[in-house]
Design a protein. Structure first.
Length: 206
């Protein structure tokens, strides 16, 4: 589902959150996002910072402010009252939103029978190794960061690590199940989908 054009992007929410704390210029905002390791858990790229700042400034959600000691070439931004309202509304929507995450692995599983079984299992083995490596990296990061993050930072890191652990356990189950599957091929074979739906009474997406 496409993002609501009227809703702020994830990067805009992150920037407004940072600017609600204190005015900053672009490099400082990038440092704050790097400190928070947002690319690890929010699927945001640092390269989008300046485009997002330009959108927020055009929308009058942030404005340039003067700050002592800053270089004349640095644009320091502060959040406006409209930006505060936009941030509050966005945070409320995020907190109440249904979890609509879609996993690419599920799309792979839905079509994996189009590959030879050995190839599909090899791909899942590669994915498992990658997820396991991410988990080890995450634990190393958590150990280094814990003394330097507030409670919310700890909760975010715990959420990410637990997600990786769950994905690893799921992949173990998936690999075992597909390896033990007695027949390799599409679930429906060549059966007409209309016949299957009619005879099974399976509920359809609405």
């Amino acid at each position: 589902m496409p993002r609501n054009a009227d809703a702020p992007s994830k990067m805009e929410v992150l920037l407004l959150t940072a600017l609600a704390r204190t005015p900053m210029h672009g490099y400082e905002l990038k440092l704050e996002l790097q400190y928070k390791h947002v690319a690890w858990w929010a699927k945001c790229e640092h390269g989008h910072i300046y485009a997002a700042l330009a959108r927020l400034e055009r929308g009058k959600f942030i404005r340039q402010v003067a700050r002592k000691g800053g270089r004349a070439t640095q644009k320091v931004f502060g959040i406006t009252a409209a930006g505060q309202r936009r941030l509050a509304a966005a945070l409320a929507a995020l907190g109440r939103a249904e979890d609509a995450t879609h996993f690419d692995i599920d799309l792979f599983l839905a079509g994996c029978h189009a590959l030879p079984r050995a190839e599909a299992l090899a791909i899942l083995d590669e994915r498992r190794a990658a997820i396991a490596a991410q988990g080890e990296t995450a634990r190393t990061l958590v150990a280094a960061m814990l003394p330097h993050v507030p409670t919310v930072g700890r909760l975010i890191m715990e959420h990410r690590v637990e997600h990786l652990d769950r994905e690893l356990a799921f992949l173990d189950r998936a690999i075992a199940a597909l390896r033990d599957e007695p027949r390799w091929g599409p679930f429906l074979g060549e059966r007409a989908i209309e016949d299957f739906v009619t005879s099974s009474g399976v509920p359809l997406e609405r």
